[in-house]
Write a protein that binds this ligand. Sequence first.
Ligand code: DX5
Ligand code: ZN
Length: 219
Amino acid sequence: MKNIIKIAPSILSADFSKLREEIKSLEDGGADMIHIDVMDGHFVPNLTFGPPVIKKIRKCTKLPFDVHLMISPVEKYIKDYSNAGADIITLHPEATDNLSRSIDIIKSFSKKAGVSLKPDTPNELIKDVIKKIDVILIMSVNPGFSGQTFMPKVLSKIKFFRHKIQTEKLNIDIEIDGGIDFKTGPMAIEAGANILVSGTTIFNNKNQISENIKNLRKY
Ligand code: DX5
Ligand code: ZN
């Protein structure tokens, strides 16, 4: 059966001086959710949004907020991002000393839980928690910046998890994040991804946001 493809534009590539309009264009353009890259200048070498910003933009759209936490230690901030309006909270295993407990905390706020794997993070790191997560976010670049080049080696990660999800009948989305364009998007979908994150490709030509979303989805 073919997976339904969802598009999660990353507002890391938006114009921060007019986030409301940018988010509105994404909603009008058919985005399925808004991907929000939270960076702390420590887990990754860049700084972005804190809970107050997310709380403000929460009022701009009804689309789900897919919050990708690249912060360490992450656990003590889960509550703040949950209260700010996250619907999906994704963290990296390296950012917590107890992955299982951190996932339970996300779930205790009735949010969807995601775990993200960097290109070199072993798949085995999530084997003990896979049954209780909703999303596996596979990074196809080293996290920190938009506009990087897709690493094809992560396609094997996608295939590994798609196979596992199918054989074990798990209800988990596979999301791919980093360097997704009209060439790499189809490669990721072919391998088994069903949510595409995209910053640069979607915001590249601002007059064409809806075309870009449609073209990413159409494969
Ligand atoms: C990178 C972020 C990505 C990034 C994607 O650390 O997690 O979500 O914004 O941007 P592009 O699509 O430009 O690679
Ligand atoms: Zn991201």
